[in-house]
Design a protein around this ligand. Structure first.
Ligand code: XUL
Ligand code: CO
Length: 444
């Protein structure tokens, strides 16, 4: 083991006696919330890419973060640089006490000169990651392939006009799906990085949709062929980098999967900032996924309310996350999924330990939101108000509408002959908002 990268020791759980060093305000892995350990509810994961693989550059300027394994070091000896990066990554996971991590193939290992060499690099680095996992007990929440960074993918991977790009993507996914399986990964994510278009002037929408469906069905077949029992996840995003991405939002993916007979093979990895980019709230996207049995996992971050792009900031809103966690708890929890921090520091956050502080704040925010969400479940006001609002559908008219023998005419005849005059009732929105705030302010 090299010199420690961070200047911080392990962050102590909130329940421990106060002492030296950092301590969580709220997060305590063993604390029970609704009878389940916090760690098991939240299944927290640190993402490799934003934390370790980027120097903090933006379109106006070069990197500002201290990541010594990037740049010249990576050019001189890419595998040694990847090992130094791996050391720092597992040091952070251990400091935070987070049970999971996530990676892209190219986060973990450098690309080689050929597909074969890239695969060999990935497998060699996966061996090292596996040894670190055994040593620390940290597990893999999901693996994924970077099918968007290299210029060959500028016009998409599966949806590229050139079929040789499709097979190149197939090779990358095969390699990282197998590595994910070997490392005991609990999910495999497909984010359609550039599966979309920049202009319709050169795009055959229908053909690209068929290509994407073919790719997804091949991935599902391979999952079964190798005996991978984890969950395949698709991550919705409406745009950025392309003008329009085919995996626009949860409902668009649901329709696409249904159209292509793939709905039983995939679930969704919902990302907060992608939800807001699509004009929905994070709450909406999670509620849609839970409501249709499609929730797989979460990429937790936030956007900036005053600008419109994917700023990937660490989450800090208990209010937003409480409603999200409320839906998740009511839906029975995350299953094989977890909360992955797909978030990065701001460019001016140049101290190494800023990465620790960012995660600590985000983890406490989630822990607090979990407590509020459980209190909302226990309080029951939202659930009972909703049940009461739809109670008519349990009664004779509601049942008759769904009776297969009903026709538009039979229902119309019954409405005319009974001469019922339905009365509007209050949606009680403000009262419900007050109820949520009451729990938010008082939950312990
Ligand atoms: C991009 C994004 C990705 C995926 C994994 O916006 O969210 O990091 O989560 O490829
Ligand atoms: Co993401």
């Amino acid at each position: 083991m090299s010199e420690p990268f961070f200047g911080t020791g392990p962050v102590r759980p909130a329940g421990d006696e106060p002492g030296e060093g950092l301590q969580y305000e709220v997060y305590d892995p063993d604390a029970l919330v609704g009878g389940t350990r916090m760690e098991d509810h939240l299944r927290l994961a640190v993402c490799y890419w934003h934390s370790f693989c980027s120097p903090g550059a933006d379109v106006f300027g070069s990197g500002t973060w201290d990541r010594p394994w990037l740049g010249e070091a990576a050019a001189a000896d890419p595998m040694a640089a990847a090992e130094a990066e791996l050391d720092a990554a597992f040091e952070l996971f251990t400091i935070l006490g987070t049970p999971f991590y996530c990676f892209h193939d190219l986060d973990l290992a450098p690309a080689g000169d050929s597909l074969r060499e890239s695969r060999a690099n990935l497998e060699a680095m996966a061996d090292q990651a596996g040894a670190k996992m055994d040593e620390t007990g940290v597990r893999l929440l999901w693996g994924t392939a970077n099918l968007f960074g290299h210029p060959r993918y500028a016009a998409g991977a599966a949806t590229n006009p050139d079929p040789d790009v499709f097979t190149h993507a197939a090779a990358q996914v095969r390699a990282v799906l197998e590595v994910t399986h070997r490392l005991g990964g609990e999910n495999y994510v497909l984010w359609g990085g550039r599966e979309g278009y920049d202009t319709l002037l050169n795009t055959d929408l229908r053909r690209e949709g068929e290509q994407l469906a073919r790719f997804l069905s091949l991935v599902a077949e391979h999952k079964h062929a190798i005996g991978f029992t984890g969950t395949l996840l698709i991550e919705p995003k409406p745009h950025e980098p392309t003008k329009h991405q085919y995996d626009h939002d949860a409902a668009a993916i649901h329709g696409f999967l249904d159209r292509h007979g793939l709905v039983d093979e995939f679930k969704l990895n919902i990302e907060a900032n992608h939800a807001t980019l699509s004009g929905h709230s994070f709450h909406h996207e999670v509620a849609y996924a839970v409501g249709h049995g499609l929730l797989g996992s979460i990429d937790a971050n936030r956007g900036d309310p005053q600008n419109g792009w994917d700023t990937d900031q660490f989450p800090n809103s208990v209010e937003e996350l409480s409603l999200v966690l409320y839906e998740i708890l009511r839906g029975g929890g995350l299953g094989t999924g977890g909360f992955n921090f797909d978030a990065h520091l701001r460019r001016q956050s140049i101290d190494r330990d800023d990465l620790v502080h960012a995660h600590v704040g985000a983890i406490d925010t989630l822990a607090r939101a979990l407590i509020v969400a459980q209190a909302l479940v226990d309080d029951g006001t939202l659930a009972s108000t909703r049940a009461e609002r739809y109670a008519g559908w349990e009664g004779p008219t509601g049942q008759a509408i769904f009776d297969p023998s009903a026709t538009l005419a039979s229902l119309a005849d019954e409405a005319e002959s009974a001469d019922r005059r339905p009365q509007p009732v209050s949606g009680r929105q403000e009262r419900l908002e007050n109820e949520v705030n009451r729990v938010l302010w008082t939950a312990r």
